[in-house]
Each structure stands twice: as structure tokens, then as C-alpha cells.
Design a protein around this ligand. Structure first.
Ligand SMILES: *Cc1c(COP(=O)(O)O)cnc(C)c1O
Length: 232
């Protein structure tokens, strides 16, 4: 009897990271893609410091967070000691938090309106620090979901670049929970291609392999790495 064998104990974070990484490699292989073309964004929202320590110990350095204040609490004290950390904001951003977001985040994935583009441009000028930006597209046109509607995406991308001078490098989407995500991934990719954008943040724990098959460059994975989240 080995009571601590992997079959009878919950997977450690290191084991989960290795499993997700090998699933990414396999999905890339199946799609004829270089695994280096897909970045794993570990979604660390709600996680406790021990879980963060454990995943940092695996070498993971790219993290996604939903809320500015929560992310400040989790990362500000760790930043000086960490090499190569990349923080990505993947939750909705209020304009009055734009400055805090620009200070902390390397990438803001949730630009979805012109007013926020203006706030980010102002904050970037004031802080002397320009984040890379993704435009979030509400591919399912869901009333409760953030993101610019697909019809309005081209105009927002154009304004963000031309009017506000933001460094827009790609698009992000969260497909409707109860639908096949594939058409949503395809729609995001087509909007990106005709705007000359190369970064596609799409795919979560339940569908990252499908997203890789349809061109994702960044997959945002929480549960499959950390286990079920505690309620915030
Ligand atoms: C929480 C969250 C994720 C991660 O979801 P999992 O299903 O736990 O992998 C990805 N993207 C966004 C925008 C999220 O809010």
C-alpha cells in the first residue's frame, strides 16, 4: 500500500502544471504548431500565497488576474524579487482604476470601449509606462458579458491605435459557457487577421485544446492548474 501514491492523493500544483503543459504540447502537435507559439497564462485569482509559491517554483511566470486591487495584494510585494514576471489583466476594468492597472499590469486584455482607451492612454502618459493591450470581443453578444460587440470591434481597434496611440497587439474572448466555443474562436481569429493582429487570448480549462487548434497564442488556465477555486 502506498497511501500517498498519485492515484489516491490529489494532484499537486507541480503535477497539474506538468499535465497542462503536456496537453498544450499535444494540442500543438495535433495542430502542426510549435509549442513555443502558445503561452500558458496561469489564472491566479483567489489563490492563496502557498499556491502562488508552488506554481512559481515550477518556473511559471505569466499570470492572469481579474481584479486590480486583488492583484495588487497578491503581486506588489513579490515583484521586486521575481525575474521575468508578466501580469495580465483579464477582468473588466473601470476607468477610475486605469492608472493602478497601468502601474501593475504588463498587458491589459480587456479594452472594450473608447472611454477606457482614453483613460489608459492618459494613465500611460502620466506613468511613463505603456501596457500592451488586447481588445476583448463579446463574440456571443451576451448582454451580461463585457467586450465590444463583433460589429464594433474594427472601429474600436482603429481608434485605440490611431486616436489614443495604444499598443494593441491582439484580441481576447470568453465564449458563451453553454455553446461550442469553436465558432467563437474562429470569429475572434478572423477579426484579428483583418486588423493585422497576431495575439489571440482564447481558451480556458475546459476548452484550451480546442482554442489551440484554432490559433490561440495565449490560453488562460485556472482550475486545471490550481484545482477548484475557493469562493472569493
Ligand atoms: C477565471 C478566468 C479564467 C480561468 O478559468 P478556468 O476555467 O478556471 O480555467 C480564464 N479567463 C478569464 C477571463 C477568467 O475570468
Amino acid at each position: 500500500m502506498t497511501p500517498s501514491s498519485p492515484a489516491s492523493s490529489p494532484a499537486s500544483i507541480a503535477e497539474r502544471v506538468a499535465a497542462v503543459r503536456s496537453r498544450i504540447d499535444a494540442a500543438c502537435h495535433a495542430a502542426g504548431r510549435d509549442p513555443a507559439s502558445v503561452t500558458l497564462t496561469a489564472v491566479s485569482k483567489t489563490q492563496q500565497p502557498e499556491a502562488i509559491d508552488a506554481i512559481l517554483a515550477t518556473g511559471q511566470r505569466v499570470f492572469g488576474e481579474n481584479r486590480v486591487q486583488e492583484a495588487q495584494g497578491r503581486w506588489t510585494d513579490r515583484l521586486p524579487a521575481l525575474q521575468g514576471l508578466e501580469l495580465r489583466l483579464i477582468g473588466p476594468l473601470q476607468t477610475n482604476k486605469a492608472e493602478d492597472a497601468v502601474v501593475l499590469f504588463d498587458v491589459i486584455e480587456t479594452l472594450d470601449r473608447e472611454k477606457l482607451a482614453r483613460a489608459l492612454a492618459d494613465a500611460a502618459a502620466k506613468q511613463g509606462r505603456a501596457p500592451r493591450v488586447l481588445v476583448q470581443v463579446n463574440t456571443g453578444a451576451e448582454a451580461q458579458k463585457a467586450g465590444v460587440l463583433p460589429d464594433a470591434a474594427d472601429a474600436l481597434i482603429h481608434a485605440a491605435r490611431q486616436t489614443y496611440g495604444l499598443n494593441v497587439e491582439g484580441l481576447m474572448c470568453i465564449p458563451p459557457a453553454d455553446e461550442d466555443p469553436a465558432p467563437h474562436f474562429d470569429l475572434l481569429k478572423s477579426i484579428a487577421s483583418h486588423n493585422g493582429l497576431s495575439v489571440l487570448s482564447m481558451g480556458m480549462s475546459g476548452d484550451f485544446e480546442a482554442a489551440i487548434g484554432r490559433g490561440a497564442t495565449h490560453v488562460r488556465v485556472g482550475t486545471a492548474l490550481f484545482g477548484e477555486r475557493n469562493r472569493p
